[in-house]
Design a protein around this ligand. Structure first.
Ligand code: GKR
Ligand code: MG
Length: 429
């Protein structure tokens, strides 16, 4: 087992968490079989995720790749998997409550890639068989400052420019759609005054028309009052396949927003990757009708098969299912695509940050994974369908060693670059 901590440039994107640092961190795992076949996976980065995988070394070395996840099942079923979880404040990848499910997922995907490469089968076909060859993703616009990520001489080209107004945001989306063909848009809000964010969605709708579903996600930045106000103002714009994502923090608040919107005759579904982050959150969410669409992420829900279980639960209880994303490279994108391809009840296009990453940092051989017509196609090659580029891995590792960042801290970056007194406050509006 080889564990690599790598870094990649990340543009100054804003959210209610604060500001993205100039570099995002990832951990890449290689499992090498005794025949020399290599299985890979990519997960959250920095010191803690890498150390958590390292701690399993004794159980991994010499194990049978078909059985390894069975022997690690306590990570997703045991005490550490958490019985009463709910993440409301921490950025993804920094939540100690899902540390074990994250570690399990990273090992599971690497095993599946290893098994797939050994048997000549694609990962999606090993986990039940693909129900789709092409997985749809959404455009994921952010308000952002000027800059393309990286620092000093490593500062990257800013493909999209500053976007701190509705007009600039619309231009950013048009650029993304022209380049990748996305058929839906998930807009990261919780940054500017809600009135400006409402106006942004209205301009997006006007520009793109009702055929392009729109979603808005302020990561819990609004009070119940404000969430209801925004839900009413955007009732038309979020209809036709759109949703309101984590408008307010916590299941009780989400349930109250839902109740008040329904009382107004507005059936815009509420989606979540913040109020619901695990199976343990589902019973209460269902009881309260707090969340109608779960945004899963195989990286922290415990891997591919846990997402498939989740899909069946969502279908059974009448919930929708989509996928959450965080800054990532091509190996993660393919992991998401394989899981999504073999999850029948995937009812919305998945999120991805991928267009924000620079080709200079890509670690998969052959360069960035193509997104075309808004979709990632499952590659013809076995496993995840991709190998690591040795030189690019060396570059990513050297970058990691060179920079001071060892975890994601959007609040600290916001204080450094924008306002020394900035604090993450929920609700802000
Ligand atoms: O990258 O700033 C970001 C996002 O806010 C990300 O961390 C979120 O987890 O994309 C995510 C979301 O849908 O909440
Ligand atoms: Mg979200």
């Amino acid at each position: 087992m080889k564990i690599h901590s790598i870094a990649m440039a990340d543009p100054p994107l804003r959210s209610s968490y604060g500001l993205h640092q100039p570099y995002a961190l990832r951990t890449v795992i290689e499992l090498v079989s005794d025949e020399g076949v290599v299985g890979i996976s990519e997960t959250y980065g920095g010191e803690k995720p890498a150390a958590a995988v390292e701690a399993l070394r004794g159980q991994v070395i010499g194990a049978n790749a078909y059985r390894l996840t069975g022997s690690l099942v306590d990570l997703i079923e045991g005490e550490g998997a958490g019985m009463a979880r709910s993440q409301t404040h921490l950025v993804p990848g920094e939540n100690p409550l899902d540390a074990d499910t994250r570690t399990f997922a990273a090992i599971e995907i690497a095993c599946l890639d290893l098994i797939g490469k050994s048997t000549g089968q694609a990962v999606c076909d090993l986990i039940g068989g693909r129900v789709r060859d092409a997985v749809p993703f959404s455009a994921y616009p952010f308000y952002k400052h000027a800059g393309g990520g990286g620092e000093g001489e490593d500062a990257r080209e800013d493909e999209y420019g500053e976007a701190l107004s509705p007009e600039q945001l619309v231009t950013q989306v048009e650029q993304m759609i022209a380049r990748y063909g996305f058929g839906s848009v998930k807009f990261k809000a919780g940054v500017l005054d809600p009135e400006i964010e409402i106006e942004t969605i209205k301009q997006l709708r006007k520009t793109l028309g009702p055929g392009v579903p729109l979603r808005i996600d302020p990561n819990g930045a609004w009070s119940v009052e404000t969430s209801v106000k925004v839900g009413i103002a955007l009732a038309e714009e979020l209809s036709g396949g759109g949703y309101l994502e984590d408008p307010t923090a916590g299941l009780e608040g989400m349930a109250e927003v839902r109740k008040r919107l329904l009382a107004e005759g507005i059936d815009t579904p509420l989606a979540s990757n913040v109020a619901v982050t695990s199976f343990a959150d589902l019973p209460r969410s269902l009881k309260l009708d707090a969340v109608q669409i779960v945004l899963c992420d195989h990286h922290y829900w415990g891997g591919a098969r846990q997402v498939q279980h989740l899909g069946k639960i969502c279908q059974t209880f009448g919930l929708g299912l989509s996928m959450h994303s965080n800054s990532h490279l091509g190996a993660s994108l393919l992991g998401m695509a394989h899981v999504a391809a073999a999850t029948p009840h995937l009812t919305y296009a998945c999120d991805t940050h991928y267009p924000w990453q620079s080709a200079l940092d890509e670690i998969t051989l052959g360069g960035p994974v193509p997104i075309s017509g808004g979709c990632v196609r499952i590659p013809d090659a076995p496993g995840l369908g991709v190998e690591l580029d040795v030189d690019q891995m060396a570059r990513g590792k050297a970058l990691y060693e060179r920079i001071p960042y060892r975890n994601r801290d959007d609040e600290a970056e916001m204080q450094k670059q924008v306002d020394p007194n900035w604090k993450r406050v929920l609700p802000r509006w």
